[in-house]
Design a protein around this ligand. Structure first.
Ligand code: SF4
Ligand code: SF4
Length: 93
C-alpha cells in the first residue's frame, strides 16, 4: 500500500515573497531560498500562524505526496506540483 502524506507548502504562483510567513513562524520552519519561502516539513508543527500572516493565501497550500519535498526542492517550483492540490479545508491527515 502506498502511503500519501499531506505536506504543508507555499504556492509560488500566488506568493509575493513578502516574508511575513517567515517572521510569523517561531519554530523557524520557513526558509527563504532565493526569494522562495519554503516550509521545512521536519520543523513545521502545523500551528497555522504563517497562514494567518500571509496576505495572499499562498501559505494555505498543501500537496499530497508519497515523498516529502525538501525546502530546496520546493524552491525549484514555479507552481504547485501536479496532480494534487488541496486547500486547508480539504486537508486530511
Ligand atoms: S504552520 Fe506554524 S510551524 Fe508550520 S510553518 Fe507555519 S508558522 Fe511555522
Ligand atoms: S507570507 Fe505568503 S506571500 Fe508572503 S512570503 Fe510567505 S507565502 Fe509568500
Amino acid at each position: 500500500m502506498r502511503i500519501r502524506k499531506v505536506q504543508h507548502v507555499t504556492d509560488p504562483s500566488t506568493c509575493i515573497s513578502c516574508g511575513a510567513c517567515e517572521l510569523a513562524c517561531s519554530l523557524l520552519a520557513i526558509q527563504n531560498i532565493g526569494g522562495r519561502f519554503c516550509i521545512d516539513d521536519d520543523q513545521c508543527k502545523g500551528c497555522g500562524l504563517c497562514i494567518s500572516a500571509c496576505p495572499t493565501g499562498a501559505a494555505d497550500s498543501y500537496v499530497s505526496t508519497e515523498h516529502v519535498f525538501s525546502p530546496f526542492q520546493q524552491a525549484e517550483w514555479q507552481s504547485l506540483p501536479d496532480p494534487v492540490r488541496l486547500s486547508g479545508e480539504e486537508r486530511v491527515e
